[in-house]
Ligand binder design. Structure first.
Ligand code: KG4
Ligand code: ZN
Length: 347
């Protein structure tokens, strides 16, 4: 009943684009944003990086508590920034998976409470689909296109057939590429989160070390793998240290980045060729990597593909992308949720 009521409410909406609030709390950023169509009216991100840095990674229990502390202030801030009140919000989109269970529950509970109290339609959002939708913000991008999602928990290539139709073409068989970036950074003693640090150091080094031989090139099933490369880098650094030598971090970063990214780019280009599509949209935290952005653009354009990627602040976790994903669900009457919505850590 609730679902039908919210659907009617959206159908009856008059005058212009709906205003959608997005709520994101799947990992270590508490984020609330408001969009109107493809325009961002507010984009608040409360990062927990400083809290987790001393542990060298995200501590789930600490993350949940921190989300609880700041979720309401973030909602207030977003409304203030947009110059709106809760009564102006036409729809609330919330990340319900994948992510840390305790962290997700904070956002889901807040979104359900707002939806129930103010009778606002609620839409459930898959975090990864949210990353893809960062590419719609302030652009005219329309499906179909291919999207490469490279983040801390996910590495996959999608065929985006429609705003609500994401078909997987290939994915990692083990670790995510961002996880490998973070592990290499930790081994080198770089502060959390490691990806941006590896990116910075790689620019000062040369890719002279061959860690792991991908002599077979692109896998026919378009699958990827990062655990072997990650272990190879770890072993390389261990071996040097056992001999009393300290690794030269810039060369390690440059060599690792090249190996990690080149096969990802080749696989994405092959996947795109097979679809016959001409546009590739990059997404996820690792989409902020300068080598990946440049390599995909150069190699893609050589083959006549158009390469698009979001601005840096919309690559890493944010709620504008979650609101954008919810917007496209709502306008096609998809993914509405009721008060039984629960967090799905392994979505
Ligand atoms: O999408 P995201 O913010 O969170 C997840 O959904 O996982 O991605 C975070 C990941 C982390 O592994 C982080 O180190 C990586 O993205 N990352 C980068 C860069 N910026 C963030 N990796 C490589 N180069 C970067 N510039
Ligand atoms: Zn993410």
């Amino acid at each position: 009943m609730y679902i039908q009521r919210t659907k009617d409410k959206f159908d009856n909406l008059k005058g212009g684009d709906p205003i959608v609030m997005g709520i994101e709390s799947s990992c270590d950023e508490t984020a609330v944003a408001i969009v109107k169509g493809r325009r961002v009216l507010a984009n608040i991100v409360a990062s927990q990086i400083d809290i987790h840095r001393k542990y060298g990674g995200v501590v789930p229990e600490v993350a949940s508590r921190s989300h609880t502390d700041v979720i309401i202030p973030c909602i207030d801030d977003a409304l203030t920034h947009a110059g709106l009140g809760l009564d102006d919000i036409d729809c609330i989109g919330v990340t319900y998976g994948a992510g840390l269970i305790g962290a997700l529950l904070v956002g889901v509970s807040a979104a359900k409470a707002l939806a129930l109290c103010k009778d606002i339609p609620l839409v459930k959002v898959d975090h990864i689909e949210g990353h893809i939708c960062a590419n719609y913000i302030n652009t005219t991008l329309t499906p179909p296109f291919v999207s490469l999602v490279a983040s801390g928990g996910h590495t996959a290539i999608y065929k985006v057939n429609g705003y609500n139709d994401h078909e997987i073409l290939g994915a990692t068989r083990d670790d995510a590429i961002g996880e490998a970036f973070d592990k290499v950074a930790r081994m080198l003693g770089l502060p959390y989160p490691g990806g941006p640090q590896v990116d910075k150091l790689a620019k000062q080094g040369s890719p002279t070390i061959k860690f792991y031989k991908h002599d077979k090139g692109v896998n026919p099933d378009l699958s990827l793998s990062y655990s072997g490369l990650k272990t190879a880098v770890v072993n390389y650094i261990h071996n040097l240290r056992q001999r009393g030598e300290e690794p030269f971090a810039p060369d390690i970063c440059a060599s690792f980045t090249t190996e990690a990214v080149d096969l990802l780019v080749d696989t994405t280009l092959e996947a795109t060729r097979r679809t016959g599509l001409k546009t590739i949209a990059l997404a996820g935290g690792v989409a902020a990597n300068s080598y990946l952005r440049n390599k995909l653009k150069v190699e893609g354009e050589k083959r006549g593909f158009e390469i698009v990627f979001p601005p840096l602040e919309l690559c890493t976790d944010n709620a504008a992308m979650i609101a954008m994903r919810a917007y496209f669900s709502a306008v096609e009457n998809k993914n509405y949720a009721d008060m039984s919505l629960n967090a799905r850590p392994n979505l």
